[in-house]
Design a protein around this ligand. Structure first.
Ligand code: AMP
Length: 564
């Protein structure tokens, strides 16, 4: 048994007592990420592990190339166990090769996303004292020059010793960069001396969603993350002959745990498409016979509204998982009916909580709830009152609070945040409002901060959005609170219309909500029609941007004092 080593400054490890318990009760199987891969490769070496646009690797080959890369690092660099390496890679074969190479060395990959830019990149390099930065060269055209981008600031960080780019054959890299192909081919798998990787140590650092401020580091140990791979594979019932395809960036937990992790656990195939546009994803499903994925709700809407949807053969789809923000129920009904798929409506956080409906649940449950925790026996969950002093009654809303073998133990080097969100017994307070129905299914009512408080009355923005999105002229909506000197806040609706030529007035929206029985105080008091709602790096609606926008507008209109 290897207990947490707690060697990294600013990392909060699992207590020995909890780690021992999880190992003894079998929740943790004491395998590092690459050990899970190696085991699957022994079981079926020739099965395709990953297929990309121009490369494909069997399980045996993925083991081999990840060993070659690890050998390069061992022989050519100072990279050591528990060092951090920033990944900024698209969904690609190379991501998986690098990911498992890091695991073999006990090195921690940090999951910057392709859409992150300078402020996030600098912050993450600084926060983690990253020793290397791995990004894409011109092998993948993401419409942005990552090599140039990183070169601009890399010099300023003395810890950053190595820069790597997944370059095309013709690309000339700046002098201090290495090309990925060189790293992958310079050594033989046998050149790697095995490293004693402790599965109770962090194996990956995810980043928080970043809907507010700069992302926080979320270290996940091999043990707690693999536990969730296993539970997720069981919840979705992933089969060995399935093909998983991540629809959101691969470094986001929605892809890395729910799609990649569950697929590796099941020994299935992973298909990767670097450009995450609806057409490309639809083509991918058809080309590789994609079986399951986790797109965010807006991507599902894009698929349903795609003008050529019927020209794609999507019959291989077995299960769609979606969440990250509330999934409009009508989207679930339409998808389940049209494609006869299982639907896992999921509440998920990179910090650990994963609660989802199962493919065999009835469609009403899938459309209106987020089902049950993925590990009902091991996850410790309570729904607590606003003052965090007691649990609420069954059916009542409260703050989701968690502890268990599949959850993180604290943000990296962020003690103030940890003091605010953890108690002395290790419970994590999520700031999300959920309730549990009599039949055990959970419902999401929004972030505590997404609750608009209008003159003392609570309005849960996501509940209101569910009703508004059913309006025939509306494609997408976000409701936020706008500051009001008298009432504190008042709801404002930002909408994307289905047809840009359409018109919608505030009065028409209010009367529609009145017909739907929505209380007067909940009805938006202002309507903003926009071409496109702003998005976060993973495609969720960026409500913070909308909040900034409305404050600016109110000030310009003289409705809010400049000091606000
Ligand atoms: P992330 O850090 O990107 O994993 O985002 C996690 C947050 O997304 C959660 O704390 C929730 O606020 C939100 N979220 C996740 N799933 C859902 C869902 N099904 N419905 C509503 N909000 C969700």
């Amino acid at each position: 048994m290897q207990l947490p080593s707690a060697e990294i400054d600013g990392y909060v490890p699992f207590s020995d007592e909890r780690a021992t318990r999880y190992i003894e009760d079998g929740s943790w199987n004491e395998q590092a990420f690459h050990e899970v891969l190696d085991e699957r490769a022994e079981r079926h070496p020739d099965q395709t592990a990953v297929v990309g646009p121009d490369r494909e690797l069997s399980y045996a080959q993925l083991v081999e190339t990840s060993k070659r890369i690890a050998a390069f690092y061992q022989h050519e660099t100072d990279l050591e166990r528990l060092d951090r390496v920033v990944f900024q890679l698209p969904n690609s074969v190379e991501f998986l090769e690098m990911f498992f190479a890091c695991s073999r060395l006990g090195v921690i990959p940090v999951m910057l996303l392709p859409r992150h830019r300078e402020s996030e990149a600098r912050h993450v390099v600084e926060l983690t004292d990253a020793k290397a930065y791995i990004t894409t060269g011109d092998r993948y055209d993401l419409g942005f020059d990552y090599v140039d981008f990183v070169t601009e600031f890399a010099d300023e960080y003395s810890t950053l010793e190595q820069l790597v780019a997944v370059a095309g054959a013709q690309q000339e890299l700046p002098a201090n960069w290495s090309g990925f192909d060189e790293i992958r081919t310079a050594y033989e798998p046998g050149d790697l001396s095995p490293v004693d990787v402790n599965p109770s140590d962090p194996g990956v650092m995810l980043l928080s969603g970043g809907t507010t401020g700069l992302p926080k580091g979320i270290p996940r140990t091999h043990n707690d993350y693999v536990f969730q791979w296993e539970q997720m594979a069981a919840a979705v019932d992933v089969q060995e002959d399935w093909t998983a395809f991540p629809s959101v960036p691969i470094g986001h937990n929605a892809s890395l745990c729910c799609v990649i992790g569950s697929a590796i656990w099941a020994g299935a195939t992973i298909a990767v498409e670097p450009v995450l546009k609806p057409d490309r994803l639809l083509e991918l499903i058809e080309d590789v016979g994609g079986t399951y994925s986790l797109p965010v709700p807006t991507q599902l809407v894009d698929i349903l509204e795609h003008p050529d949807r019927d020209s794609y053969d999507l019959s291989s789809l077995e299960v769609l998982i979606s969440g990250g923000q509330k999934v409009p129920p009508r989207v679930v009904y339409e998808l389940v009916e049209e494609y006869e798929i299982g639907f896992c409506n999921i509440f998920g956080m990179a910090e650990g909580p994963l609660i989802c409906t199962r493919p065999n649940d009835d469609v009403d449950t899938q459309a209106n709830t987020v089902g049950r925790p993925i590990a009902p026996d091991e996850d410790e969950i309570k729904i607590v009152s606003e003052d965090r002093q007691s649990t609420v009654d069954q059916g009542q809303q409260g703050e989701l609070t968690v502890r268990g073998p599949g959850y993180f133990t604290g943000y990296f080097r962020t003690p103030e945040e940890n003091a605010e969100n953890f108690d002395d017994d290790g419970w994590f307070y999520t700031e999300d409002l959920l309730s549990i129905d009599d039949d055990g299914n959970y419902r999401v009512h929004g972030r505590i901060k997404e609750t608009i408080i209008r003159g003392g009355e609570n309005i849960y923005a996501p509940d209101l959005e569910d009703v508004i999105i059913e309006h025939e002229a509306i494609e997408n909506v976000a409701v936020i609170g706008m500051p009001d000197e008298r009432l504190g806040e008042r709801p404002v609706a930002f909408v994307e219309l289905r047809d840009r030529g359409d018109d919608l007035t505030l009065e028409a929206l209010q009367s529609y909500l009145s017909d739907r029985g929505i209380a007067v105080f909940k009805r938006p008091e202002r309507l903003e029609i926009v071409d496109d709602l702003p998005r976060t790096s993973v495609g969720k609606i960026a409500k913070v941007d909308l909040e900034e926008r409305i404050i600016e507008q109110l000030k310009n209109e003289g409705q809010l004092s400049d000091e606000y």
